[in-house]
Write a protein that binds this ligand. Structure first.
Ligand SMILES: C[S@@+](CC[C@H](N)C(=O)[O-])C[C@H]1O[C@@H](n2cnc3c(N)ncnc32)[C@H](O)[C@@H]1O
Length: 245
C-alpha cells in the first residue's frame, strides 16, 4: 500500500482518476461569474490548474488562458483533453513562469491551502501580483477554519465509488491523519478494483484565518476588494477577491 505525497495530483495513475472522483465542479460557477460577468477578464492565469478543468472551461468561453502546476501527471491529463491546445500549459510554480501579463488570476479548489509557510504563500501572491495588469483581479477560495471541515474527513462521510474510463470501479475516501495548529494532514486512499491496487495520497493543508489571508494580500501589494461566502458550500469557505491598485 504505497503512500505518495500529494499523489492524487503527482502520481500518473491517481491523476488519471482525479476528475472521475470529483465530478461535481459546481464550485467553478462562482469563479466564472466573477471573472467574466463582473470583471470582464479576457486573459486569465490559473495557478494550480491541476487537470485543467477550469482552464478549459474558460478557454471554451473565448478567454486566453494560462495554466500552471508543478504536478506533471495532472498536466498530462489536462493536455490530453479536448480543447487543450487552446490553453498554454506551464509545468512549475507561479514564480517560475515566463513573463506574462493577465487580467485575472485564479486558484480554484482551495489551492491557497497547499502553501504551508507564510513565505510560500507570500511568494505565490507576489508572483501573481507581478503578472497582473494594473486593476487586475485575483480570485481564490479557502476553507474556513472555524467550520472545522477536517472533522468530516472520515471514511463514512466521504466514501465514493465511481466507474472510471479504462480502469473500471474505483473506490476512494478522505481520512484525517493529524491536526497540528492550523495544519491538517489527511490521506486519500484510492482502490482500483480491477487489479486490487491501493494507493494512499497524503497531503498537508493550512487553514489560515480570514484575517491572516487578508493581511497576506495587503502585505504583497493587493487591495482586498471583497470577501464572499462560497456559493457551492455556504458557510464553509471564503471567496477572496483582491485587486492590483
Ligand atoms: C486541490 S488541487 C486543485 C486543482 C485545480 N485547481 C482544480 O480546481 O481541480 C491543488 C493543486 O495545487 C497544485 N499545487 C501544489 N503546489 C503548488 C504550487 N507551489 N504552485 C502551484 N500549484 C501547486 C497541485 O499540484 C494541485 O494540482
Amino acid at each position: 500500500m504505497p503512500e505518495i505525497l500529494d499523489g492524487e495530483f503527482r502520481d500518473p495513475r491517481l491523476a488519471a482518476v482525479y476528475d472521475a472522483l470529483d465530478p461535481d465542479r459546481t464550485d467553478l460557477r462562482q469563479y466564472q461569474q466573477i471573472l467574466l460577468e463582473e470583471f470582464g477578464a479576457s486573459t486569465v492565469l490559473d495557478i494550480g490548474c491541476g487537470t485543467g478543468v477550469f482552464a478549459l472551461q474558460l478557454a471554451a468561453c473565448g478567454v486566453t488562458v494560462h495554466g500552471v502546476d508543478p504536478a506533471e501527471a495532472s498536466l498530462k491529463v489536462a493536455r490530453s483533453k479536448p480543447g487543450a491546445d487552446a490553453v498554454t500549459w506551464h509545468a512549475g510554480t507561479a514564480d517560475t513562469l515566463p513573463p506574462l501579463q493577465v487580467d485575472a488570476i485564479t486558484m480554484t479548489a482551495n489551492v491557497a491551502q497547499v502553501f504551508i509557510t507564510d513565505e510560500d504563500f507570500d511568494r505565490v501572491l507576489s508572483a501573481g501580483f507581478s503578472r497582473l495588469r494594473p486593476g487586475g483581479v485575483l480570485v481564490f477560495e479557502a476553507r474556513r477554519a472555524e467550520d472545522r471541515g477536517w472533522e468530516r474527513w472520515t471514511r463514512e462521510q466521504t466514501r465514493k465509488t465511481v466507474q472510471a474510463l479504462d480502469v473500471g470501479r474505483v473506490d476512494s475516501w478522505n481520512e484525517l491523519r493529524a491536526v497540528d495548529g492550523e495544519l491538517t494532514t489527511h490521506a486519500v486512499p484510492v482502490i482500483f478494483h480491477h487489479d486490487g491496487a491501493r494507493y494512499d495520497s497524503v497531503s498537508t493543508l493550512r487553514f489560515r484565518s480570514r484575517e491572516a489571508i487578508e493581511a497576506a494580500l495587503e502585505r504583497t501589494g493587493f487591495t482586498v476588494h471583497d470577501v464572499r461566502d462560497t456559493e457551492y458550500a455556504p458557510g464553509r469557505g471564503w471567496m477572496y477577491i483582491a485587486l492590483v491598485p
